[in-house]
Design a protein around this ligand. Structure first.
Ligand SMILES: O=C(O)CCC(=O)C(=O)O
Length: 334
């Protein structure tokens, strides 16, 4: 009897798994066929690290860099580009105090949206009230239209040194493809466990919406680059972003061919060495540049919520990496 029940349960789980697998595959193909150019890029750009194909994907151009306005950053551009090429990331950016305060003020005075859902808007200090009202646990809070609504965020996307780093790293004229600002809310141990279990069965896109807590790599263009800025103090207990040094240049064939582009902590440490798994910690205002074709993830915050800003550049804008939402589609919880 017990065995029989187990068999039934196993059959249901398998059916569920395959139903979900086919649904994800269907949605994936439908979305990609609507945008064939993007589909082609997502399919082939992952092979840019294969030595014989490299020159096909990356054709450096000579670009004149205009430095009309002064930069907000005191950083050596060539050093940053070297680190990006070698390690996949470069540390040491720092937001000027006035820009930092302006973004913080924006975050405190604008609604964020629970788990990125357009109808769960609330102000950060109302989070617990919003959770009670919606009968939900929010793991993330995303802001929308940040580049349009916050002049400081807009200014960062036009900063001459960030553009120069992007130009030299991408080997072409960088296009600002979007900015994003979001909270990762701290979770109790039990909730962390439940979340990780749930995420095992989600597609990369769905699990990223929960908080990108599994190692994965992005395929946003043939060449792309992100700048991250912490708006809260971040350590390994408060949502450190983690990247795997050198993994933008070298990937296992199984990882390159993988539909989900995800990997476990154990597999990453085995293949790249634990010493190359780098949690990025820093005080509020700390920034970094990263080629997120490398394996990367966020650590689940257990002690404090994390607020992070991302500014993204690529060679082409496929329209998928921004936080733009029709303002009328956004609704408050209360
Ligand atoms: O939140 C983080 O630190 C990682 C974000 C990320 O990997 C993603 O959005 O793809």
């Amino acid at each position: 009897m017990v065995n029989n029940e187990r068999n039934i349960a196993a059959t249901l789980v398998c059916r569920n798994f395959w139903a979900k697998y086919f649904l994800i595959t269907y949605q994936y193909l439908k979305k990609r066929l609507e945008n064939p150019e993007w589909f082609l890029m997502v399919t082939i750009s992952r092979f840019k690290t294969v030595p014989l194909l490299k020159s096909f994907f990356v054709q450096p151009q000579i670009i004149e860099i205009k430095k009309a306005t002064p930069s907000l950053f005191d950083i050596e551009v060539d050093d940053a580009v070297e680190s990006l090429k070698k390690d996949s990331f470069s540390l040491g950016l720092k937001l000027p105090e006035s820009i930092f305060q302006e973004i913080l003020q924006f975050a405190n005075s604008t609604d964020c949206y629970g788990n990125g859902e357009h109808h769960f808007g609330f102000s950060y200090i109302e989070k617990e009230k919003a959770e009670a009202k919606c009968d939900k646990t929010f793991r993330r809070g995303d802001y929308f239209n940040s580049n349009l609504l916050c002049p400081a965020i807009k200014k960062l996307a036009k900063d001459p040194k960030l553009l120069e780093i992007a130009t030299k790293y991408l080997g072409g004229v960088p296009v600002h493809t979007g900015s994003r600002l979001w909270w990762l809310f701290s979770l109790k141990e039990q909730d962390q466990y439940l979340l990780l279990e749930k995420m095992r069965f989600l597609s990369l896109q769905e699990s990223t919406r929960e908080g990108a807590y599994f190692f994965h790599y992005d395929l946003d263009d043939y060449q792309f680059l992100k700048f991250f800025f912490y708006l809260t103090d971040v350590d390994v207990h408060s949502g450190a972003h983690v990247c795997v040094r050198g993994s933008h240049k070298k990937k296992k064939l199984a990882h390159l061919l993988s539909f989900f582009r995800r990997s476990s902590d154990e597999e990453i440490a085995d293949y790249y060495g634990a010493e190359n798994v780098v949690p990025i910690c820093g005080e509020a205002g700390f920034g970094s540049a990263e080629d997120t074709f490398c394996f990367h993830k966020a650590m689940i915050p257990s002690r404090k919520d994390r607020l992070m800003l991302q500014i993204q550049f690529a060679l082409k804008n496929y329209g998928n990496h921004n936080d733009l939402v029709e303002q009328s589609a956004l609704k408050r919880c209360f």
